[in-house]
Design a protein around this ligand. Structure first.
Ligand SMILES: Cc1cc2nc3c(=O)[nH]c(=O)nc-3n(C[C@H](O)[C@H](O)[C@H](O)COP(=O)(O)O)c2cc1C
Length: 251
């Protein structure tokens, strides 16, 4: 047994500053192939990947996300939940697939499949020495992303991923994760409230110390602070509407 993949994964941190060196076609192909090898629920393969290297398209997507690294990177991937090809089979085979494609289960299957592909690609890219950052910010305007990428019905843009050589002054580092005992439950979930609160208090201190150290005291928020801010505000409340418009989550 080697620790190679384990060590690689433990080194992960999101990279948000890239050199201006485009990925070669070969590298793009290898990454996509690595992604395609991920398991797929019922072999449905409910995803497509849009590779973006056109500066105009990148720029349009940057405007959606508001994040400069959506345009400034070595390459941009957009992960799309995709039942379009399945809908063609439905026509061909005269089968009503709307019950599946438009179901909540269909949404889960499509999202999970696309995410597994993306994470395979992330690990493969990091193995090649590239940095990556996922981009949920593309969902700021799903309608616009669909338009820019010319997405057909029965598809939905889930998130993007910027890939590239980290800039020389890119100084990200692995962020502390929740303790093993907190996320791993053996046989049954341990919902002991006091135990959970104690772990959270100690993790809050770890995260706050981490930010303090990395920012020379400029930032000291805890994980709970971040969670309260993120989950306490309304975000992208148009998702149900956008999913419905694309033929998803109808039942
Ligand atoms: C689905 C998904 C969407 C994300 N969207 C964004 C994004 O839009 N912009 C961004 O800067 N980071 C984004 N991230 C990166 C997270 O902020 C990051 O993974 C998290 O803070 C943990 O940091 P690390 O990746 O450096 O360990 C996203 C991550 C995931 C998994």
């Amino acid at each position: 047994m080697t620790n190679y993949v384990y060590d690689l994964m433990k080194k992960h941190h999101s990279v948000r500053k890239f050199k201006n060196n485009p990925l070669s076609d070969d590298v793009v192909k290898r990454l996509v192939e690595a992604g395609q090898s991920a398991s797929s629920s019922s072999y449905l393969q409910t995803y497509s990947i849009i590779g973006v290297n056109d500066p105009q398209v990148k720029n349009d997507l940057k405007e959606v996300s508001g994040q400069p690294y959506v345009a400034d990177n070595g390459y941009l991937f957009v992960f799309v939940m995709d039942f379009y090809r399945h809908s063609l089979i439905a026509e061909e085979k005269k089968t009503d697939m709307d019950v599946s494609i438009g179901s909540t289960e269909g949404l889960l299957v499509g999202t999970i499949d696309a995410t597994l592909v993306a994470q395979n690609m992330a690990v493969a890219a990091e193995d090649m020495g590239y940095g990556i950052v996922y981009l949920g910010s593309l969902r700021n305007d799903v309608h616009r992303v669909k338009e820019v990428l010319n997405l057909p019905e029965h598809t939905f843009p889930l998130f993007g991923m910027a890939v590239g050589e980290p800039a020389d002054d890119e100084n990200g580092a692995p962020k502390p994760r929740l303790p093993f005992e907190h996320v791993f439950h053996e046989n049954q979930y341990n919902s002991d409230e006091e135990a959970q609160r104690n772990v959270l208090a100690s993790y809050d201190k770890t995260v706050s110390d981490y930010y303090n150290k990395r920012t020379d005291g400029e930032r000291s928020e805890t994980w709970s602070d971040q969670i309260a801010r993120a989950l306490g505000s309304k975000q992208r409340l148009d998702m149900l509407d956008e999913l419905n418009k694309s033929g998803f989550l109808k039942r």
